[in-house]
Design a protein around this ligand. Structure first.
Ligand code: HGY
Ligand code: MN
Ligand code: MN
Length: 408
């Protein structure tokens, strides 16, 4: 049962981590390198030619089994993770693609196009302030400035790529030619509750929400917690707390908007020191780019009002701004025909989570197949997709590839 092999490979890959207590596989880390080695072996066993591209993306290529010039279909997802992440977010899309091609080969199905399975290594954006570098390089939208961003240890992305064995100067050549690329396809867990609520195993993504990410740095005045009178304080953490609630309020105030402070730090914090500084992360998403821009404007205004009233300085810097990415109607229809042919109800839904597929916006047609995940849970160790649902996704992916082969 090939879905069983997908699950056993996901379990094996899940053990490749830089944290013995949970899944931590940040981009260009030791765990990422070990994951590349493991997945390369699966790709080669499936008859794919493998290479590591200059951004750290593992590429497994299957040439067209028919003579003559052929276009290429890209199928992929990511193998980097968040901290304490789940085993399906990303790897499912890579492992299931390898398996689908292996199943087609076993059944003697010759595809009239080439296929590249892409295991991107920088989707989560946890180590560096920017992300999606692998998929943006493939899409031809890579921003060289991201090479100069630094991680918490001060290591630049360029240095990390060189240490990983990559040559950043070759990234530009990775851009796929839209004229010879059929499209990009990604299978991913939904990371939300909709499919489960509707008792559906699978759904097709209509669009991926746009996202802005950044940092709010608040500068107050440190002091002795026992001697500085409350009325004289410029407490950065107290200001941060009010700002976090303001961000939440803006998020709640606009339909389909999500606004989150996921990380809060008090540099040099101590039990007996009035916080002199605080650093917050900011994540704002919406299917509407206009709503997202307007929410950022409102958040900036609220921060300025809070900072002014509390006598602290606050700086908002946005390091990542990805517009909403509609999926390609033709690919969605082809996927939907395969879905229905496999006995599933056609169902379409937007993606609140970001994905590598959004990098291809406006360049290469993209489409995503969502798989139900228990409780909509993701970015947690208890993230779960059933073998039955994975088997359903595998059958649909194989049928989609075969139908594409019949009329590319
Ligand atoms: O943040 C996201 O939406 C994705 O999981 N990286
Ligand atoms: Mn993901
Ligand atoms: Mn994720």
């Amino acid at each position: 049962m090939s879905a069983a092999r997908v699950v056993s490979r996901l379990l094996e890959l899940n053990a490749v981590s830089d944290d013995p207590a949970g899944l931590k596989r940040l981009t260009l880390s030791s765990a990422h390198k070990r994951a590349v080695e493991l997945v390369s072996g699966w790709m080669r066993a499936g008859g794919l030619d493998t290479r590591l591209d200059p951004t750290g993306t593992l590429v497994g290529r299957l040439e067209s089994q028919r003579t003559g010039a052929a276009k290429t279909l890209l199928i992929g997802s990511h193998i980097d993770s968040v901290r304490n992440g789940g085993m399906f977010d990303g790897p499912l899309g890579v492992v299931i693609a390898i398996e689908a091609l292996d199943q087609l080969r076993a059944r003697g199905v010759a595809l009239p196009f080439a296929v590249e399975v892409l295991a991107f290594g920088d989707e989560e954006g946890v180590r560096f302030p920017t992300s999606l570098t692998g998929s943006r390089a493939a899409a031809g939208t890579f921003d060289p400035a991201s090479l100069d961003t630094r991680d918490a240890a001060g290591v630049s992305r360029r240095e990390a790529l060189v240490a990983f064995g990559c040559d950043p100067d070759l990234i530009g050549a990775e851009a796929r030619d839209p004229a010879s690329t059929l499209g990009y396809v990604e299978v991913h867990i939904e990371q939300g509750p909709v499919l489960e609520q509707r008792d559906l195993a699978l759904g097709l993504v209509t669009a991926i929400n746009g996202a802005s990410r950044g940092e709010i740095f608040i500068k107050g005045e440190a002091g002795h917690s026992g001697t500085v009178p409350m009325a004289m304080r410029r407490d950065a953490a107290a200001a941060a707390a009010e700002i976090i609630l303001a961000v939440e309020e803006v998020g709640k105030g606009t339909p389909d908007l999500a606004a989150t402070v996921g990380r809060m730090e008090v540099p040099n914090g101590a039990v007996n020191v009035v916080p002199g500084a605080a650093r917050l992360s900011l994540d704002v998403r919406s299917p509407s780019d206009a709503d997202r821009a307007e929410a950022l404007t409102r958040i900036r205004a609220r921060i300025a009002e809070i900072a002014g009233r509390r006598g602290v300085a606050a700086d908002v810097s946005i390091s990542y701004d990805m517009p909403a990415a509609p999926c390609d109607p033709w690919l969605m229809d082809a996927f939907e025909r395969a879905l229905v042919a496999q006995g599933h109800a056609p169902f379409r839904l937007p993606s609140g989570a970001g994905h590598d597929a959004m990098s291809f916006r406006g360049r290469i047609p993209q489409s995503m197949l969502f798989v139900r995940c228990r409780g909509g849970i993701s970015h947690r160790p208890d993230e779960f997709a059933s073998q039955a649902d994975i088997a359903a996704a595998l059958s649909v992916l194989e049928a989609f590839l075969e139908s594409l082969g019949a009329n590319p």
